[in-house]
Design a protein around this ligand. Structure first.
Ligand SMILES: NC(=O)c1ccc[n+]([C@@H]2O[C@H](COP(=O)([O-])OP(=O)(O)OC[C@H]3O[C@@H](n4cnc5c(N)ncnc54)[C@H](OP(=O)(O)O)[C@@H]3O)[C@@H](O)[C@H]2O)c1
Length: 323
């Protein structure tokens, strides 16, 4: 099978298109013929190892300490079941599924093996592979965090890093729940953010959201290293600060804030699960929400996709078309 292999930690040129043996599913796995995958900012961070210091060591243990061990990028996939493992009776050949590949990566290839624990999502017939592949990282994370805040119509929600994979889904879902949404991101992404429903936009390159005097019921922060104190100060009395990317110090500060005030600080890793994947796919199917897709690159041009994503130009998701 054709696959993209990361041969060294470093620039996009370290990604090579190679021929590898097609994998064989273990008893609880299915072999998926990948239709589409993605290039996320996380893929670029793994390739360059420009991760927050406290996650670098565990990630290197997983992906290879000095050099990547058979690292095929791609955390998300959507495709068709080609073969099933001996213990799989819940999926069959021909089923159209989608989900995360997880920390084993492997989506940027013609085939990937995926465990059925947890079960992947099922693609509705009328929804495209491109639309569902935006769900496992962007949709699932946004749903996971916004749900913790229990948004009710009319609440004011600020989404920081609103133009990315998770942020665009954050804006879309907060609007779906009836919130008044303010989206913060780079100049070039503001028009797109208005087009997906943001009521107000803030260009972080020229304006600081914390100096406008506005308070928010929910702040959904998708930017590692945002100013914690500014976010807490910009919350209403019992507002929620949701951190998609955190570190031990910010977690401790969050616990302290919860102990000493009525504000809530939430952080957690979101795990994909069949129920939520199918729920978000059903929202797309009903036409109530539409994911944001920026560009589609063929598998052979994955390195080009990485160059584009790491420049910070990406709006929503960048798709890798495999077959
Ligand atoms: N908790 C979890 O389970 C989980 C899972 C996956 C990812 N994450 C984390 O969640 C975060 C978002 O991931 P993603 O895939 O959505 O990333 P992404 O697609 O790169 O989106 C991030 C967005 O933030 C913008 N941005 C950068 N600096 C900003 C600032 N100071 N103010 C406002 N916006 C700013 C970026 O724009 P420019 O670059 O153009 O400035 C970009 O549009 C990442 O930190 C990632 O590591 C968490």
């Amino acid at each position: 099978m054709k696959a993209i292999l990361c041969t060294q930690y470093g620039p996009p040129e370290t990604l090579r298109l190679v021929d590898l043996e097609k994998p064989t599913p273990k008893p609880h796995e299915v072999l998926v013929r990948v239709k589409v995958s993605t290039t996320t900012f996380g893929d670029c961070e793994i390739r360059t190892l420009t991760l927050p210091a406290w996650t670098r060591f565990p990630v290197r243990l997983l992906t290879g300490y000095r050099k990547p061990k058979r690292l095929i990028p791609g955390m998300e996939f959507a495709g068709v079941v080609e073969a099933v493992g001996s213990k799989v009776d819940t999926l069959k050949v021909g089923d159209e599924i989608f989900g995360m590949t997880g920390m084993t990566f492997g989506g940027n290839a013609e085939y990937v093996c995926r465990s059925i624990r947890p079960m992947p999502g099922r693609k509705p017939k009328s929804v495209s592979f491109e639309d569902v592949v935006t769900i496992p990282v962007g949709g699932i994370n946004a749903l996971h965090f916004l749900r913790m805040a229990g948004i009710v119509p009319g609440q004011k929600v600020l989404v920081i890093g609103a133009g990315g994979s998770i942020g665009t889904w954050g804006v879309i879902l907060a609007k779906f729940y009836g919130a008044e949404v303010t989206a913060v991101d780079h100049t070039g992404k503001l028009e797109m953010l208005r087009s997906i429903g943001a009521d107000h936009v803030i260009d972080y390159t020229s304006e600081d959201f914390s100096t406008t005097g506005k308070k928010y019921d929910v702040i959904f922060d998708n930017v590692y290293g945002s100013d914690f104190s500014k976010c807490i100060r910009s919350l209403t009395r019992s507002g929620y600060y949701l951190m998609a990317n955190t570190d031990p110090l910010r977690m401790l500060r969050g616990v302290w804030i919860e102990l000493t005030s009525s504000k809530k600080v939430k952080f957690a890793l979101a795990a994909d699960n069949e129920k939520d994947l199918n729920y978000l796919a059903s929202l797309v199917e009903s036409g109530k929400v539409k994911p944001v897709i920026d560009r589609i690159y063929p598998l052979e041009e994955t390195a080009e996709a990485h160059r584009y994503v790491e420049q910070g130009l990406k709006k929503g998701s960048v798709i890798i078309s495999v077959s």
